[in-house]
Design a protein around this ligand. Structure first.
Ligand SMILES: *Cc1c(COP(=O)(O)O)cnc(C)c1O
Length: 384
């Protein structure tokens, strides 16, 4: 059977993969080499230098393309270096429209690295298509969407934004880190570029920092490959191997992340000491209908505000957690808790942050795949 016809839960394991040519190794060997012998100048077997290409990275890139229903995958040294490559498609004077409650590092890259090269960024809520259209002018080239957003769990209607982007001839890029292709496949919904911090769910074991881009258009893929090779922020062979290994269990991990996430979101929502829970699976979540139509589940990312809503109350809870680890990052098998205002979103000015709801008392959970009873007991003792 052609691998293209496989279902998602098989593509994670087999998509774009074949046994290694040398000895039939089922997992691609970690080709820990910088260069490759040539029989005559230019006479190589497809690889010349590992910035330009490495067989272990190629195996990962083929897997990435397969699980996102794309033609081309590119693996980078980090999620941010993948984003960096996308912004390098642009020229001074070009404008980008982006979601406002963006991952802090993405915001920092846009504002503190690329603005000084003359690229203009607009940050807006993307619930209202008219508000997006208002920001479009002749210089607009790219729409950058994160959905669900981090950490407020807003959901953006990818099909609707894609229609707008096509109407105005703009590129549409989706940061699919939170949802993963298990929950949402943006290329099928009309996006041009899918980006991942594979550090999170794709790797899934909190042991690598890796980024990815997936596209369908050959010309766009060539441009991004040129930048990847010219700028050089490539994913190394060991990290490629680990990420590929992670992807093979993505579907079973995501199933459990979803189940645990739902149980914990409901537990917190019913808890008398909790003020507000942000999770797109609730029917009264403002974007629930869009989430339901474009996602195959609601994931394990949950944000909440304890009653009383102070910085101190939030810090006290995250310090008391024992099964949840207080740490940056998300998407691993282990449950993590974070305090966005002082951790992931500290690089966003307080005023800017609070406008999108990232208040001092907000706590963000990445619900792992442990026994959910242990997670609930832990939250119970920490909330008190
Ligand atoms: C972590 C993260 C990034 C940045 O990725 P790195 O791998 O840390 O460079 C970008 N977007 C989102 C949504 C993230 O969670």
């Amino acid at each position: 059977m052609a691998k293209k016809e496989l279902k998602f839960n098989s593509k994670t394991i087999h998509g774009g993969q074949r046994p290694d040519k040398a000895y039939g190794a089922v997992m691609p060997p970690i080709y820990q080499t910088s260069t490759y012998a040539q029989s005559t100048p230019g006479g190589h077997q497809g690889f010349e230098y590992s910035r330009s290409g490495n067989p272990t990275r190629t195996a990962l890139e083929n897997s990435l393309a397969s699980i996102e229903n794309g033609q081309y995958g590119l693996a980078f040294a980090s999620g941010l270096s993948a984003m960096d490559a996308v912004i390098k498609l642009l020229n001074p004077g070009d404008e980008v429209i982006s979601t406002n409650d963006l991952y802090g590092g993405s915001y920092r890259l846009f504002r503190q690295v690329f603005e000084k090269y003359g690229i203009v960024f607009h940050f807006i809520g993307m619930q209202d298509m008219a508000a997006i259209e208002e920001k479009i002018n002749k210089n607009t080239k790219l729409v950058w969407v994160e959905t669900p957003t981090n950490p407020m769990m807003n959901v953006v209607d990818i099909k609707a934004v894609s229609a707008l982007a096509k109407k105005h001839d703009l590129l549409l890029a989706i940061d699919n880190t939170f949802a993963t292709p298990y929950l949402q496949q943006p290329l099928d919904l009309g996006a041009d570029i899918v980006m991942h911090s594979a550090t999170k769910y794709l790797g899934g074991h909190s042991d690598v920092v890796v980024g990815a881009l997936i596209v369908n258009d050959k010309e766009l893929a060539d441009k991004l490959y040129f930048i990847q090779n010219a700028s050089g922020a490539v994913c190394g062979p060991m990290d490629s191997f680990l990420t590929l290994r992670g992807i093979k269990t993505l579907h079973v991990r995501m199933q459990r992340h979803n189940e645990n996430g739902e149980i914990i979101a409901k537990y917190l929502n019913d808890h008398p000491k909790i003020e507000k829970v942000y999770w797109p699976g609730f029917e009264d979540h403002p974007d629930h209908d869009i989430a339901k139509s474009q996602m195959n589940g609601f994931g394990g990312m949950i944000s909440f505000i304890p009653k009383g809503g102070t910085f101190e109350a939030a810090v006290k809870i995250v310090e008391k957690l024992e099964v949840f680890t207080l740490a940056e990052s998300l998407g691993g098998v282990e449950s993590l808790a974070g305090h966005p205002a002082s951790m992931t979103h500290a690089s966003i000015p307080k005023e800017e942050r609070e406008k999108s709801g990232v208040v001092d008392a907000l706590i963000r959970l990445s619900v792992g795949i442990e026994d959910v009873d242990d997670l609930i007991a832990d939250l119970g003792q920490a909330i008190g």
